[in-house]
Design a protein around this ligand. Structure first.
Ligand code: WTA
Length: 660
């Protein structure tokens, strides 16, 4: 952890900014302060109770946790259920068929409302269509869609037939889609012609076509294509099928396939510390239990009256747990918005909140900071008085943004929940509880009831209050990942080897004098850009795959808006140098190359061409020193460098361009 971040923390702690819950809110909250004590007195009993109360089982479980094959857990192992039935059918059976499940707002302003009864008919049709295309229980289905209702319907249809879905974020490239299809051996892809982004149709199908010219083409049998934008698409007869035609031909009755609690529900790829993304996989019973429990209580959801909106994309874990499974299992009404916050104007989000009477908003610090920059006049022009809870996820929220969020968006009345969790944890792990916790801007605060978290030093000893170290999870939890798809060894090595018996989250953290947890960012080679996880190594591999690049080193540098930004240092090959391209041309070309290899989100903000990279005698790149350069700081201790003049060389080479 850097000295600066601990200094920032000291300042915050002495400022004593505290927001206790209002008595009125506390009186009506879903949970009371005793929930922590109840959960710790009988942790497994607590989770069993949540699983029974929040989820419907076809066969009730009798086992709660089997940890005998650690680190692979079995939760509620002898129970049987279906995730889609839990998210949809049971609400219709309970007489809630007319409740709105989804208010969809397209970027161009088109809208669509789906009640739970309509959602049931749509997912049943989609499930029948998938079966007709040959998808069987256990087969993997890749989903590559914009934020339209079909994304939710497709995921639920897969869950309905027990076919694990692998959603690939629509912003990822054909190359990234190819490697994910190959890794999961997905035989079917569900995509769309395109979606609307920043005021224009943005094509998706061509990326699928391109991915299928690669190895993925020999695996994928069928491509279901949703018509969203009406753009022209290339068509391969026999392989490509229109979604609307397949659904029209299908019955709207389908019996959900009952699976075991540990049946895989989905795979979701996330960046790790190597070049190869990890297929994090989650199973059914425990995942649904914790997604539903946290959604219900961290947001203090009142399903009959609240209108919930999570601004994430289904391509990320937040979309899985807090757009699809958590809210729908709880029978919530939610808004789904397709586009960007500034299309067609910078007040779009606030307009949507006023239009639907959104009462719970869940978004990311980077979006909050962007809105802060745009100015208060945009939210001020809309009635935001329906909001009663605000959530934050993706990175630590800086206290300035926290206070702005509460004051300008929440009208100084809404609790804010700063939720720490990961793709791997499946659901929220550390967060305040509205109505219970006194909020401290910038702190995720406390492990949720039934969750064990701690901060430890290098020797795995719990640090005392007031000290920093590594964040670990000390007990298995229901929605934990069950592994990395096809790579049990990597699962063990990545999460369970650093501190034997403890799950190592990869984050640095500090406990304040009250024992509350403050997250301090990643301590590994994972970057966090606008709340999106990117791997330094993956971007380095993309850069060196370009013919002009001999070597590359990537670091995440602090960035006011995006949290971190990708900064790349590259050494060009002699042949490339000889071409005499300007630094600007090289940078443009390499940025485009990274976008093609991974996706536009991975494009470096800055590319610096250098003559040397700082390496230790054993050849390890010293990223710490490069981070100093990228953040315009005096370069730290460079004595372990093989060649100590390298940093002077880099600094001298950079002085000219960095003035501009
Ligand atoms: C970071 C996103 C501080 C953290 C749900 C974690 C956070 C990584 C917070 C997981 C938060 C997420 N405060 N840091 N409230 N939420 N992070 O897998 O570094 O995309 O390890 O899951 O984001 O990112 P992922």
């Amino acid at each position: 952890m850097t000295e600066e971040s601990s200094r920032d923390l000291e300042n915050l702690l002495t400022e004593e900014r505290r927001f206790p819950p209002s008595a009125e809110f506390a009186a009506q909250a879903n949970v009371q302060a005793d929930v922590y004590a109840r959960a710790s007195a009988d942790r497994l009993g607590f989770w069993a109770e949540q699983a029974r109360n929040l989820v419907s089982w076809s066969t009730p479980f009798t086992e709660v946790l089997d940890w005998s094959k650690a680190p692979v857990a079995r939760w509620f192992g002898d129970g049987r259920l279906n995730a889609c039935y839990n998210a949809v059918d049971r609400h219709v059976e309970a007489g809630l068929g007319d409740r709105v499940a989804i208010h969809f707002e397209g970027e161009p302003g088109d809208t669509r409302t789906l009640t739970y009864a309509e959602l049931q008919r749509e997912v049943s049709r989609a499930a029948n269509a998938l079966v007709a295309l040959g998808v069987r229980t256990g087969d993997r289905v890749a989903i590559y869609l914009p934020m339209i209702p079909e994304a939710v319907i497709a995921m639920l249809a897969c869950a309905r037939i027990g076919a694990p879905h692998s959603v690939v974020f629509g912003g990822f490239s054909a190359e990234a889609l190819n490697s994910r299809i190959v890794d999961a051996q997905a035989t079917t892809v569900i995509t769309a012609d395109g979606g609307y982004r920043r005021g224009a149709p943005s094509a998706l199908k061509p990326a699928v076509d391109e991915a299928l010219t690669k190895e993925a083409g020999s695996i994928v049998q069928k491509v279901l294509v949703v018509r969203r934008t009406g753009q022209d698409v290339a068509w391969q007869d026999g392989r490509d099928v229109w979604w609307h035609e397949a659904l029209e031909a299908a019955s709207d009755q389908h019996a959900p396939v009952v699976v075991e609690a540990e049946h895989p529900l989905f795979i979701l790829y996330t960046s790790g510390t190597t070049g190869k993304p990890k297929g994090i996989f989650h199973t059914t019973g425990g995942y649904l239990t914790q997604a539903a429990f946290t959604h219900l209580n961290v947001f203090d959801l009142k399903p009959e009256t609240d209108v919930y909106w999570c601004t994430a994309d289904v391509g990320w874990i937040t979309g899985h747990s807090y757009i699809v499974y958590g809210p729908l299992v709880n029978g919530a009404t939610q808004v789904i918005y397709e586009g960007t916050p500034d299309t067609p104007h910078r007040g779009r989000w606030w307009e949507i909140i006023a239009k639907y009477g959104v009462s719970i908003l869940y978004t990311a610090p980077t979006a909050i900071r962007t809105c802060m920059k745009w100015g208060e006049e945009y939210p001020a022009a809309h009635d935001l008085s329906s909001l009663r809870i605000l959530g934050s996820v993706g990175e630590s929220i800086n206290p300035e943004a926290w206070i702005w969020y509460r004051r300008v968006i929440g009208g100084d009345r809404t609790p804010i929940v700063d939720t720490w969790w990961q793709t791997e944890t499946g659901a929220m792990m550390i967060s305040p509880l509205p109505g219970v916790t006194t909020a401290k801007p910038g702190s995720a605060q406390k492990a949720l009831p039934g969750i064990g978290a701690d901060v430890v030093d290098d020797e795995a000893h719990s640090v005392p209050d007031g000290h920093g170290g590594y964040l670990v999870l000390t007990e298995p939890w229901p929605s934990m990942l069950r592994g990395i798809w096809g790579d049990p060894q990597r699962f063990q090595d990545t999460y369970w080897s650093r501190f034997p018996g403890l799950y190592f989250a990869g984050d640095g953290a500090k406990k304040d004098d009250d024992g509350d947890i403050w997250l301090l960012g990643r301590v590994d080679d994972v970057m966090n850009v606008s709340g999106h996880r990117l791997s330094t190594t993956e971007i380095e591999s993309a850069l060196v795959s370009h013919p002009s690049v001999a070597e590359a080193a990537v670091v995440g540098a602090a960035d006011e808006m995006t949290g971190q930004a990708v900064v790349a240092f590259v050494i060009l090959r002699a042949t490339a140098t000889a071409e005499g391209k300007s630094a600007e041309d090289v940078s443009t070309e390499l940025r485009a190359h990274v976008a093609k290899e991974i996706g536009p989100i991975a494009k470096p903000r800055t590319i610096l061409v250098v003559a040397e990279l700082p390496k230790t005698r054993s050849g390890k790149i010293m990223r710490r020193l490069l981070r100093d350069v990228a953040e315009n700081r005096a370069v730290g201790d460079a004595t372990t460098l093989a060649d100590s003049s390298v940093m002077d060389l880099i600094a001298a080479g950079l002085r000219a361009p960095s003035d501009g």
